[in-house]
Ligand binder design. Structure first.
Ligand code: EPZ
Length: 419
């Protein structure tokens, strides 16, 4: 088992290049199933979730390769629509293969997805939408059998919550359905727009992405073709390195970050006393020795504060002056990093979806365990600010979404080793 060993207490400074977005490349890899062609994805992050998606595509009969940050996927040889249970458990995003496989082959068998334990993470919206489009979805001992022999048809689908995954699944299923599909109360995350941009390059007719009303006009599956697409920058990875700088009174430039995707986070960092510079090349931050607390941090659907940045920002604010109140409105169980931060000397109390963070003067190194992907990133952030040595176990969870976290932090002057 690998661990990170971090000697903290040093100001971070310097520059690091942001990776491609995990939450964009994964749905785009699912969408490649629709293309009957070869797709080339550049700035593809080298992370274990991408390897998991490549394994699923290979198990479906596709030919895939990943070379130096470029994934090439040829789905002309697709020969199966059953995703093995073991591969489904590797990550939650595997749900999005359902819409693409049913649209292409008329059927799909998969099991309930795995992924971070952030709460029940049901898939009811995915299933009810596909049923509304004419699919027959049955559950049989944890396996989902989905079929639409006569093809899918469009319709108006109202989401009770702007679910990112459900919006993506419907976009893919609707791309080859008969007629027009309107998704209302659709998710507006930037990754939805990147997926739509990819699909349009492949010949799909999708509009309204980025708004809460997306319209998809179905095309015959044979009309879709391959393309080359550069994956958008990972806004949460960018937020991670900005927060690591903020936590250590640092001065950092994150090259390639898109400031438009980071407004909720950079706005909060400014409120905490940081100077943030936004440009075409990326985002820079200059932080004071100690941050000011931010009264309320409430997560919400985009353009609200991103739930994926909640743990990371909490780590940065745990050493701030004053008390910050976090309200996690998206997931039921997304405070699993709190106990680990408390072991490092943070003063945090949680009650349901609320966490009260009373800033302390200093954090101290400790042995801690990554509870999930973003909780692990939060511990890295806190460890950079803590005095002394921190050992972080569960690094494989961090590797799910970060391309060599230790390389990026070391570029910024952190004393970090993967052991
Ligand atoms: C995506 O997950 C991201 N994952 C998550 O990032 C992110 O936190 C989340 O969107 C919210 O922005 C990927 O894109 C691969 P949701 P997803 O469907 O699609 C409930 C990370 O750290 N819900 O918007 O699973 C669900 O339980 C990961 O990179 C239903 O009730 O998120 C949750 O409470 C973590 N029924 C809420 O909606 C459904 O059918 C948000 O889920 C679907 C969702």
């Amino acid at each position: 088992m690998q661990v990170f060993r971090i000697e903290g207490g040093r100001r971070l400074s310097g520059e690091t290049e942001v990776q491609g977005a995990k939450n964009s490349v994964l749905p785009i890899m699912c969408a490649s199933v629709l293309c009957h062609d070869e797709v080339k994805l550049t700035r593809c992050p080298v992370i274990s979730d991408v390897y998991a998606a490549l394994r699923i595509l290979t198990s479906l009969g596709c030919r895939c390769r990943l070379e130096k940050g470029c994934a090439v996927i040829d789905t002309r040889t697709l020969s199966s629509s059953d995703i093995p249970d073991m591969l489904m458990r590797l990550m939650r995003c595997s749900m999005i293969f359902m819409g693409a496989l049913v649209a292409r082959t008329g059927e799909c068998t998969l099991s309930f997805p795995g992924g971070c334990e952030l709460g029940p993470r049901p898939i009811d919206m995915h299933i009810s939408a596909l049923r509304q489009m004419g699919a027959d979805v049955r559950e049989d001992h944890g396996r989902l059998r989905c079929s639409a022999r006569g093809g899918l048809h469009g319709g108006v689908i109202n989401l009770s919550f702007p679910s990112v995954g459900a919006t993506e699944n419907i976009m893919l299923a609707a791309s080859c359905a008969q007629g027009e599909t309107v998704i209302s109360n659709a998710a507006r995350e930037p990754e939805i727009s990147d997926l739509a941009a990819f699909m349009r390059k492949c010949g799909a007719d999708i509009s309204g992405d980025g708004t809460s009303r997306i319209i998809v006009r179905g095309r015959p599956a044979t009309d879709l073709h391959g393309c080359e697409h550069r994956i958008m920058p990972d806004r949460i990875a960018a937020a991670t390195y900005l927060c690591a700088a903020a936590a250590t009174g640092g001065d950092v430039f994150v090259r390639g970050a898109d400031p438009r995707d980071l407004e909720a986070v950079t706005d909060l960092l400014r409120k905490s006393g940081c100077a943030v510079y936004e440009g075409r090349e990326g985002c820079a931050i200059n932080a004071p020795e100690r941050l000011r607390a931010v009264k309320t941090v409430r997560t919400g659907p985009h353009p609200g504060f991103p739930t994926d940045a909640q743990a990371i920002v909490m780590a940065a604010l745990s050493r701030a002056e004053g008390t910050s109140i976090f309200i996690e409105d998206i997931f039921e169980n997304r405070f699993r990093h709190v106990d680990e931060l408390v072991r490092m000397g943070a003063d945090i109390k949680t009650e349901g979806r609320v966490a009260v963070v009373s800033g302390v003067k200093r954090l101290s190194g400790a042995c801690v365990e990554a509870p999930d992907l973003r909780g692990g990133a939060a511990l890295c952030t806190a460890a950079c600010a803590a005095e002394g040595e921190t050992i972080i176990t569960g690094v494989e969870l961090i590797d799910r979404g970060y391309e060599c976290m230790e390389t990026s932090l070391a570029e910024l002057g952190a004393q970090i080793k993967r052991v």
